[in-house]
Design a protein. Structure first.
Length: 142
């Protein structure tokens, strides 16, 4: 394999890395770059390929945990779960299939009824869960 092959492979892997969200091919880019350098010292395809495979795997094993630690997407916790179990006031009728509006702690949320039937405006509801940006509610029993 000529040195141009490793350089082309390096740029293809770089393009893949740019187009993907996660660190997918960066370790193979490093392996291709090192194999490119080795190709100037030996014309043996076997040695070049072996260097590519070994360095790619070594960089993957040694650096992935470190990179993952610093670049992992951290889940940002919010206080939204504190709404579960709270009471809200319906300000726009809520059904199982049509979203209505519920006011909780001074904020207005979209909401769906957890069961069949309609919950009318000004009735109290209990918040059962949150799905995305909408509350799942049921009519509050007195």
């Amino acid at each position: 394999m000529s040195s141009s092959f490793w350089l082309i492979l390096f740029f293809i892997l770089m393009l893949i890395e740019i187009l993907t969200v996660g660190l997918v091919s960066i370790w193979f880019m490093i392996g291709a770059l090192i194999a490119f350098i080795v190709s100037y010292f030996t014309s043996s395809i076997f040695i070049q390929l072996l260097v590519f495979i070994i360095t790619s795997i070594l960089f993957l094993i040694l650096t992935r945990p470190i990179v993952k630690k610093y670049f992992s997407k951290k889940i940002i916790k919010t206080n939204v779960n504190k709404l579960i179990g709270e009471t809200g006031i319906v300000i726009e009728d809520v059904t199982k299939t049509n979203m209505g509006k519920v006011k909780v702690d001074g904020q207005i949320w979209s909401a769906l009824n957890s069961s069949k039937g309609r919950i009318k405006a000004s009735e109290e509801v209990e918040i059962l869960s949150i799905e995305g940006v909408k509350l799942i509610v049921r009519k509050k029993e007195l």
